[in-house]
Write a protein that binds this ligand. Sequence first.
Ligand SMILES: [Zn+2]
Ligand SMILES: [Zn+2]
Length: 353
Amino acid sequence: MALVALWGCGRAGPGGAPREPAPELPSTFTVRGRLAQPAHVRWSLVGAQESAPLAADVTRGVIQRALEAWGEASGGRVGFVEDPTGSGSDLRFSWERGDHGSCTPFGHDTSVAHTGPMPLAGDGGATFVHLDAGRPWREAGAAQGPGLYATVLHEVGHVLGLGHDGDMDALMFAGAGAGAALETPITRAELDGLATLYGGGEPGADDLLIEDAHGGTLLVLHGVARGGVVDFALLDVDADESAELVVWRTDRAGHGSVCIYHLDRPAHLARTTGPFLGALPLALPVFAARTPAGQSLLVWQVAEGLRQARVFDLPRRGLVPYTGDLAGLEPLADPRRADLDGDGELERVRRGG
Ligand SMILES: [Zn+2]
Ligand SMILES: [Zn+2]
């Protein structure tokens, strides 16, 4: 799967100043995977440079600066070293034109760059970032067009495992990476995502903590409970016999969204599914329940004697209306406890702070 950055969606606020996300809202970062060894990612700039829009040392300098920004943002938990030979690289940057290999071709839509899939341990652990050589890059003197630094910063977010964020102010917004701004910051949503994936940061009231049966912290999900507008439960929503963390919002700004955090054992964030916008009603209490057949539901009461629910249909359709009988269904007694690692003891999720 190639993820793309689009240009034309500038992220500068009034007067060109970068805007920070509204402070009271939860982070909406998404995760597509997690690097097994983030501290020493070997990178190189490969391919023919003669037809590149920028001199190799300029391109290399911009890449270096973006990689350093991510390293700093992570407090050194992720780090990059240049592999001058290119032979043993985990991450290869190259300029490409039009049809190239098995990628989505450049030049037929607004995409200016894309990143390869998350590296799997079995394939040598390598991935790539392709940059469209056919664009008028700002660093090459173009008055209009994408900025290479902003583009690389966004694409390296994908390399580190971040997916797109629906927040237009986030670096990982689908249209943000190569917008009009040459310089662009890593925003709080990405810092929350990065700390959730790779650690760092003190847990607080904005965070959800997953604890073992003895109260030890296994995982901190940063920023996902910010503002007190979320509810959450540990539910098996994909029939893999291990619970996922399900977080939902029924406040107006949350669009009735549901986001699913898939954990691997013992407790890392492996990836997210969603957010599924409009899955839930606004301003009604929602509770978790299980059908006699073992399906996980999110249920709400529309009026006296009238309930509605959504059932999870992953990975296909997300959350779909549940058409079975809801009358006698009881809310789960303790939706915030589940056995996540199969050791027979119950882990729990709670708000930090
Ligand atoms: Zn992207
Ligand atoms: Zn490509």
